[in-house]
Design a protein around this ligand. Structure first.
Ligand code: MTE
Length: 362
């Protein structure tokens, strides 16, 4: 049985990735993926480990020169505020990193996620904008930096401080949530209890867990989490183009049953995009020569995944390569090749998945 570094069983649904300090677990999907990811199957990405937080003593501070008064919130205070529920995906920036090697022949270092560092949950909490308003947000504030209460992050003897990452003001006051619940329950310790940020449609690192402080500033500040890491590095990456925020459009084939030559089979999967819904999904079973439009099924919400299906009658037995290509409602289409970068972030290329087709037996 797989166990994480604290010795806890990881379970059948997970692949454990050892990381130099934390425990990262990836969801291993087996067939059709539910619209909402059950919390116990949701991937975990921790830089160190989940801190033990006493909910009664816990406080969230809103600080900085971007607010007129510093404010302090207890969990009970936050629970009394107007709450909203948002269905949104949380996806690690490095989700699919393994594919840089497997599909593009350029392996990149870091946690070798396949495509399981993503889940969709129902998040309930308080709009960040409400907390900022309570503190008297100044009109010239430019950033909000959420700070986590997990251990300071130390790599090779260098102390990088608490996990934190600046968020531009425009996003902070748009649709960001200080979430207290995930799928109808208080946040689990690994997912940020008692409060975390949920930044819909953005790289997972923006959604800081175990919130302790929200620093609002009138000048731009950096942190290692937007300069050293979670930024595009390598040839050709420079300036604003290297900043990571909004997630691209992606899709995957999850299910194909056991197809037989000459008989209809059902291909099914998911597509998702940051800050957009899905416009269309196309599937090629002949190496990209021809593309067939799949049917979208169920909800198609901005920032959450939508399911797709396509009937396919393979003309021969043997291995086939299935490619899936999604386009989002803002007109972005998946490229054939993901933009290379030193840390293997944002693998968004059209996936090439192998499907075996059996000979008919009668
Ligand atoms: N927040 C803190 N305080 N510490 C962390 O290690 N990891 C980030 C983000 N927030 C992290 C954090 C990363 S890289 C991701 S992908 C998401 O949390 C993962 O959230 P999850 O573990 O709830 O799936």
């Amino acid at each position: 049985m797989l166990r994480d570094r604290e010795g806890r069983p990881v379970g059948d649904w997970f692949d454990l990735h050892s990381h130099e300090t934390g425990a990262d677990v990836e969801t291993r999907w087996d067939g059709r993926v539910p619209r909402i990811t059950p919390t116990e199957r949701f991937f975990v990405r921790n830089h160190t480990s989940a801190p033990v937080i006493d909910a009664g003593a816990w406080r969230l501070l809103v600080t900085g020169d971007g607010v007129q008064r510093e404010t302090v919130w207890s969990l009970a205070d936050l629970r009394r505020l107007t709450s909203v529920t948002v269905e949104a995906a949380l996806e690690c920036t490095g989700n699919g990193r393994r594919l840089f090697g497997d599909q593009q022949g350029t392996p990149r270092p870091g946690t070798p996620w396949r495509f399981g560092a993503i889940g969709v949950a129902r998040w309930r909490g308080v709009p960040l904008s409400l907390l900022l308003d309570h503190a008297g947000l100044r009109r010239d504030a430019v950033q909000v930096t959420p700070v986590g209460l997990d251990d300071r992050y130390v790599v090779d003897g260098v102390d990088h401080g608490r996990v934190r990452r600046p968020l531009p003001f425009t996003k902070a006051v748009d649709d960001v949530l200080v979430a207290l619940e995930m799928n109808g329950e208080p946040l689990a310790p690994d997912h940020g209890f008692p409060a975390r940020l949920v930044v819909p449609g953005w790289v997972g690192i923006a959604s800081i867990k175990w919130l302790g402080e929200l620093r609002v500033t009138r000048t731009e500040v950096d942190s290692p989490w937007n300069t050293l890491w979670y930024r595009m590095h390598g040839d050709g990456w420079d300036g604003a183009a290297a900043d990571l925020g909004r997630l691209p459009v992606k899709s995957v084939l999850d299910e194909h049953g056991s197809p037989t030559a000459g008989r209809p089979a059902l291909l099914a999967g998911r597509a998702w995009a940051g800050e957009a819904a899905i416009d269309r999904v196309e599937v090629s079973t002949d190496g990209g020569g021809s593309w067939h439009r799949a049917e979208l099924r169920g909800d198609n919400l901005v920032n959450a995944w939508t399911h797709w299906e396509l009937s396919w009658t393979p003309d021969r037995a043997g291995d086939h390569e299935v490619r899936v290509r999604a386009t989002d409602t803002t007109g972005r289409t998946q490229p054939d090749c993901a933009a290379d970068n030193a840390d293997g972030y944002l693998f968004d290329a059209v996936l090439r998945q192998r499907v075996h087709v059996a000979e008919p037996t009668d």
